[in-house]
Design a binder for this molecule. Structure first.
Ligand SMILES: CCCCC/C=C/C(=O)SCCNC(=O)CCNC(=O)[C@H](O)C(C)(C)COP(=O)(O)OP(=O)(O)OC[C@H]1O[C@@H](n2cnc3c(N)ncnc32)[C@H](O)[C@@H]1OP(=O)(O)O
Length: 386
């Protein structure tokens, strides 16, 4: 797949889109006119449809033109060709004509009027600033920043990181008293959108890793420096960075449906959000190890017992109870709250910035590792879920 490490050789660096286009350009004399039109349409798509769709297109194209997959299965470390082989092989003995039709249907759904205007396929991050993926509202002295991609479990796209940075900067200066981060739908957030790694610029995967590390550092710095009380309203499960960041919040209220999961080793990655420092400090090194190294998932009550969560509420009354409490807190004198936060947090700030910088440097290297690439390929090809 597109983002697979350069260490494995040049062909693996090319994006899956390029691979699909290469195949498409080698026209194999498909006789059906609709099929040929669809192939041309793919080349004209304005937006990258995402790797999952590209894999489907590739598989259907191969099936339509060559029939069932009969080539040898690529080696386990040949990620790109293996993902393609898996997708093609999964079509089994689907007749060529059906594959051709499915290909045409799929392309037509991608080229629908909604796609050519503002709709973006799930997993892409090309929404314009002000998109609906992060919703910011201000009421009753509370600025609420809400992850709003419920269909993708509020996975955080590159664009969303940028929008949250802007929202925090604005909230630090607006006339609200406290700031809340929450999620829309059944998840708080499933963490970094794993397709963030699959959009490969001309500089290759190294550039993706470098710009990712810069963005992550800026993002986490905003939480370290945020001057007002910052509250997490954890409405459901959380995975990865939305969990690690909790160590930088001033209070964390969780539904009893919420879970807290940092499966970094499973993903070939390492701790971020200053959790390599805040978690051992909050819960002690042994419990932090279980979470950050072994990926142990905590229930809300376990997270509360470890000190990561302030209080757990029954799901049935969660929203009502938490917002009533927050509205009351938001009426407290804002300057007193800010100054108290400064007292509690300021002596750690310099250290936290240094830790953030180090975690980002280490992660930049991890993102180029085979372990990480393999985990992402597995997720995207739907072989692995956490
Ligand atoms: C640049 C800064 C980097 C910062 C570093 C951050 C690191 C992290 O945050 S590491 C954590 C990364 N997150 C994950 O690995 C979670 C991956 N997701 C899952 O394992 C599962 O989706 C699930 C357990 C969160 C939910 O499973 P389930 O209830 O079965 O729901 P689906 O898998 O069907 O999900 C629905 C829909 O949402 C898409 N999706 C969910 N999470 C992500 C994600 N993190 N990245 C990309 N896409 C995600 C999922 O693919 C489904 O999409 P469709 O198939 O298109 O419906």
């Amino acid at each position: 797949m597109a983002f697979v490490t350069g260490r494995l050789g040049r062909p693996l660096r090319s994006s899956l889109l390029q691979v699909v286009q290469l195949h498409l350009s080698r026209t194999m004399g498909a006789s059906q006119e609709d099929f040929e039109n669809a192939m041309n349409q793919v080349k004209l798509l304005k937006k990258d449809p995402g790797n999952e769709v590209k894999l489907k297109l590739y598989a259907l194209y191969k099936q339509a033109t060559e029939g069932p997959c009969s080539i040898p299965k690529p080696g386990v470390f040949d990620f790109v060709n293996k993902a393609k082989w898996d997708a093609w092989n999964a079509l089994g003995s689907l007749p060529k004509e059906t594959a051709r039709q499915n290909y045409v249907d799929l392309v037509s759904s991608l080229s629908s009027p909604s796609e050519s205007s503002s709709h973006v396929e799930p997993g892409t991050d090309q929404k314009t600033p002000g998109s609906e993926d992060v919703v910011v509202t201000s009421e009753d002295g509370i600025t609420k920043i809400m992850f709003n991609r419920p269909a993708q479990k509020n996975a955080i796209t590159t664009q969303m990181y940028r929008e949250i940075i802007l929202a925090l900067e604005a909230a630090s200066k607006d006339n609200s008293t406290i700031t809340v981060i929450t999620g829309n739908g059944d998840y708080y957030s499933s963490g970094n959108d794993l397709t963030n790694f699959t959009k490969i610029p001309p500089g290759g995967i190294e550039e993706v890793a470098k710009s990712g590390a810069v963005l992550l550092r800026e993002f986490v710095d905003c939480f370290i420096d945020f001057p007002k009380p910052l509250i997490a309203v954890v409405n459901g499960p959380a995975v990865g960075i939305p969990v690690t960041l909790l160590g930088l919040f001033d209070a964390v209220y969780a539904s009893d449906r919420a879970t807290f999961h940092t499966p970094f080793s499973h993903l070939g990655q390492t701790a971020e959000g200053c959790s390599s420092y805040t978690f051992p400090k909050i819960m002690g090194p042994a419990k932090a190890t279980e979470m950050l190294i072994f990926g142990k998932k905590l229930t809300a009550r376990e997270a509360c017992a470890q000190g990561l969560v302030t209080e757990v509420f029954p799901e049935s009354t969660f929203q009502k109870e938490v917002w009533a409490r927050l509205k009351a807190y938001a009426k407290l004198p804002p300057n007193a709250m800010k100054i108290s936060k400064e007292l509690i947090r300021s002596n750690e700030k310099e250290k936290l910035h240094a830790i953030n910088a180090e975690e980002c440097t280490i992660l930049q290297g991890r993102w180029l590792s085979d372990e990480c690439m393999n985990a992402i390929v597995n997720f995207l090809s739907r072989k692995a879920k956490l």
